[in-house]
Design a protein around this ligand. Sequence first.
Ligand code: UDX
Length: 429
Amino acid sequence: MKIAIIGSGHVGLVTGAGFADMGNEVICLDHDTQKIKLLTRGKIPFYEPGLSELVQKNSEKGRLHFTTYMKEAVQFSQVLFLCVGTPPKDDGEADLSAIENVARSIGRNLTEYRLIVEKSTVPVETGAQLYKMIARSTRKKITFDVASNAEFLKEGSAVHDFYNPDRIVLGVETPRAKQLLLKIYKPFKVPILVTDVRSAEMIKHASNSFLAMKISYINLISQMCEKVGADIGKVAEGMGGDRRIGKAFLNAGIGFGGSCFPKDLAAFIKIGEKLNVPCNLLKEIAEINKFQKIHFVSKVEKALKKLKGKTLGVLGLAFKPDTDDIRNAPAVDILEQLRDRGAKIKAYDPCATAAAKNILKGIRFARNPYEACLGADAALILTEWREFRDLNLKKLKRSLKRAIIVDGRNIYDPQTMKENGFHYYSIGR
Ligand code: UDX
């Protein structure tokens, strides 16, 4: 199958390279000429394990191409996947201007039947609007279809997730669209749910909001555990043992971040409000998430008695491990609060330092965990990178001025830390 990917960001690039690897011919488009130049040279503009190899392999085999021209993408492909960004506006509503721009551009370049598939997370009913926008932009009457095929891949394991989805959701309105998408997804031996476009759009927002709810729920319970001396790890294990609840996404911490959950939740609330459906439950998910970061800052303050003038060695900036992404990273918010309250910060992240330097002002950066903690009054753990789990605790203790660790990700066993002579504070334990 000949496929075009419109928007070569995280989702677009993984999807494009993945489809190419399955034997399709793929062209990835982006309006950013620098990015396309980089990709043409086999270089990836962000960190995602395994992606660079996948792009290089499929480019060399001649199955993966890059362009900045919509005309080329539309002519080349039978199916176009829209993977452009849908960032939040100030009020949380999804900004669909990129989708609208590509819709018009596709419409202007349509000369024969094409299937246009939304992969970006969009509010329910965007498919219907997309159809109208494309139809208005075509020069003459041309048949085309709009479908929805939400992407559920996670940053840091995106390549693995592409090949191993739990399920595939196809929202279609015509047999032709259904047949084309089923052909593309034939090699995947996983359940495929075929539904209408509106339901498919709803599935994506409802799924991400539900996962965010699980995280806020466990974070709320972690607050209670702290008050009564219960252990959130055990509580989550006990809850997750019930198959109706499930073990995943019950790790208490400093809250969820990234480019998806905060934005999708805000957009889902806006959708509910527009539809006159009370969304207090969804709003509370965001509130708990905000509180979790404030709570962590108080925890650091309590451990150190006061923040002003104290030096903090910070381990982790990315919103989660195995990514250099710091968009909506809890670490950024927390470090800004600590800095504004007079703490001196030296931070280390295995991948995200370059990105953090652009937005985090007034803090210093280190080249390794021990350097970040050298002479510090406390070490803070803000991202659960493997590297931090494997630290040499004796060396860490020698680097620190005071043996205090405030762990926002519960990566250590409290008893082990005690035995190693640390004052160790974590979440919900
Ligand atoms: C998410 C969805 O999982 C994915 O299906 C969707 O398509 C895109 O958004 P991603 O943002 O890459 O993926 O990260 P994810 O692994 O879901 O984690 C999101 C945030 O939740 C991170 O900040 C993570 O630290 C936090 N989290 C996750 C917790 O705090 N506790 C958990 O138990 C799980």
